[in-house]
Design a protein around this ligand. Sequence first.
Ligand SMILES: [Ca+2]
Ligand SMILES: [Ca+2]
Ligand SMILES: [Ca+2]
Ligand SMILES: [Ca+2]
Length: 224
Amino acid sequence: MDIAVSSRGVRVLLNSGGASSFETIELDSDVYEDTGIVVTDLNGDGMHDILTANHPGKPVRLFLGESKKPVEFSDRHTTGLPLDGQIGFKIAAADFDGDGHTDVAVGTQPRLKLFKGNGCQGDETSWWEDLRLPDSGGNTIQPVAADFDRDGDFDLVFTSDRGIYLCLNDGTGKFADRLTLEGFPTEGEYSGCAAVDWDGDGDLDLAISSFQGEGLRFFENTAG
Ligand SMILES: [Ca+2]
Ligand SMILES: [Ca+2]
Ligand SMILES: [Ca+2]
Ligand SMILES: [Ca+2]
């Protein structure tokens, strides 16, 4: 396994074998602080691509994998994923509307942003369509894309400074307003979020960390 890192710079660490040493590929180092990072195949060519958000709020940077041996990436792409000058946090990538192309959700300082992708086909200016969520809270930190209600499409859970949000997908990439669920806080500041079926009953539960000293909180999905 190799590693992609965003900190002060974006880099890929290629495992030389047994994690004894790593070869570093520097992709970017000109922003104050790189934050969220996702590795996925955005253009369907079988090679891993990288998306990163950053602290100054510059557009999300995209590096397309161009070769595996040796590992090489395209120059950064910065068109079409604007964060409106607001701090970018974590990123989630999934095909929300089921058209076969990966879409992207990004937590930013004022709200969650959602971009519909076209598989990076054609001119770069046409790769992404900026969609607005109807209700996305305030300062959003980490979106997680997963099928929480088990109806076959990717829903979104995200942490914010106004509690924890669950927005269900209608199957076409349109999201309902936030659901207020029993046990889900509607205030307080929450940061990290991970979805996994902790109790093995087939649905995805949540582990969420907070900014207010509550430690790690666990939410069991009772949808059945
Ligand atoms: Ca790719
Ligand atoms: Ca899509
Ligand atoms: Ca769903
Ligand atoms: Ca479960």
